[in-house]
Design a protein around this ligand. Structure first.
Ligand code: ATP
Ligand code: MG
Length: 399
């Protein structure tokens, strides 16, 4: 039995949210074709038969829009059956001296007993059948939840925390500028958590960047697909742009102009795909390109919203999330990113807007953009898909 998260506050959008959550739950439970998923007004039910419940629980924990869920047994609304089931659950969990509590909710107001009566009847039944057990309503060791609903009685003794947030797909579509670093995968996770459906944009520069660096970005995408379903991965060839900038632009502005070109191209792809914003993994003050002045000089190239979920976070907190979502170990694999290769030893931390515009005039912006966009390749990436098999030995060494 799944309880909705923030959904409940969403008024008239509620129906759409529930429908989308139902679709997302069905998608992650796709490997279990015998399951039934019923998305109802105030609860979502996943009815299991003989499926592996641990795997089902793990899959549900990755779905945004779920506040928490209760592994429950569904039985007839018959007091004798309910008593038997509750007692059995209490016995299974009982350790000497343990305390318990019965917590009843009644949706079906036509049921013959009210909430207090049900609590009392079931409490008495447990007390008189398990020696040494006692009631503690504040901090019970065993908490048994009974829900009398229209479609049956649901008994559970465990609450599992969900991922929170909003169902992916209810917050529109956007692109994410994904590097192979620590930050952008975390930013992706946070964007998805607010319901946004993400397409990945990754710049690569062969032969300066390796096949392994590209596979690493794809592998990160497959880890993140666990939270959103399949993700479109758009790889953009960036070699010509970088070589041209290196040749034509003064060294202090290499980084700023590269970033401007990246954002121009990303914004164009975003617009072409009818997405409404570009997410990045930037945080204020981390590196030269991430000062406020730098952001201003880079953001100058587009009116598309540029969204930075990590902007005010400390690195330590970002790393903590990246460990929680299983992207950290991949992110720290040391493959050259296209940005690191052409980074001058001393990039300007306070680039001027005028100079950025002027130096960009030294290159053929439109032509470079067009050729980069003509060269994109798109891969549809599934959760858990493997891209690094062939490199396993290399990784074993690195890790
Ligand atoms: P990250 O850990 O995400 O790489 P970072 O702290 O290393 O971030 P930068 O390398 O300066 O910072 O990159 C800043 C942001 O620019 C990244 O978070 C990402 O959104 C974007 N970016 C950097 N490199 C690429 C790339 N090769 N392809 C797409 N986006 C990129
Ligand atoms: Mg980086």
């Amino acid at each position: 039995m799944v309880r909705y998260g923030e959904l409940s506050t969403k008024g008239k959008n509620r129906k759409d949210f529930i429908k989308q959550l139902g679709r997302n739950v069905r998608a992650v439970l796709h490997p279990f074709p015998t399951l039934e998923v019923k998305a109802q007004r105030d609860r979502l039910h996943v009815a299991l038969h003989d499926e592996n419940d641990k795997q089902v629980i793990a899959a549900l924990q990755g779905v945004f829009g779920i506040e928490n869920f209760y592994p429950s047994v569904q039985i007839d609304k018959d007091m004798d059956v309910i008593k038997k089931t509750v007692l059995q659950m209490a016995q299974e969990q009982y350790t000497p001296g343990a305390t318990f509590k019965i917590n009843t909710r009644r949706q079906d107001k036509s049921f013959e007993y009210d909430t207090n009566q049900i609590n009392n009847i079931l409490g008495d039944h447990v007390l008189s059948n398990i020696d040494g057990i006692s009631v503690d309503v504040k901090h019970p060791d065993i908490s048994i939840r009974v829900e009398i609903r229209m479609n049956g009685a649901f008994i559970s003794s465990e609450i599992i925390h969900g991922a929170g947030g909003l169902p992916v797909g209810t917050g529109g579509r956007a692109t994410m500028m994904l590097s192979g670093g620590i930050d952008s995968p975390v930013a992706t996770y946070l964007a998805m958590k607010r319901g946004v459906k993400i397409d990945m944009i990754h710049f690569y520069s062969p032969p300066y960047t390796s096949e392994q660096a590209l596979n690493k970005a794809k592998q990160l995408t497959s880890v993140l697909a666990k939270y959103s379903g399949n993700i479109q991965f758009i790889q953009v060839p960036f070699t010509e742009v970088q070589e041209t900038i290196k040749e034509k632009v003064p060294e202090g502005y290499l980084m700023t102009i590269q970033r401007r070109m990246m954002l121009r191209i990303a914004a164009k792809i975003t617009q072409n795909r009818h997405c409404s914003g570009v997410f990045t993994g930037e945080a204020l003050g981390q590196v030269a390109s991430q000062t406020l002045e730098s952001m201003q000089a880079i953001n100058d190239v587009t009116t598309m919203p540029v969204l930075r979920p990590l902007v005010s976070m400390d690195k330590e907190d970002i790393i903590k999330i990246s460990k929680d979502i299983n992207t950290f170990d991949l992110s720290i694999l040391p493959f050259e990113d296209c940005c690191t290769i052409f980074t001058p030893p001393a990039p300007k931390t306070r680039p001027s807007l005028e100079k950025s515009r002027k130096f960009e005039g030294y290159i053929d912006v439109e032509g470079l953009m067009k050729r980069a966009i003509d060269g994109i390749q798109i891969t549809d990436i599934k959760a858990g898909q493997e891209f690094m098999n062939q490199d396993q030995d290399v990784f074993a060494e690195l890790l």
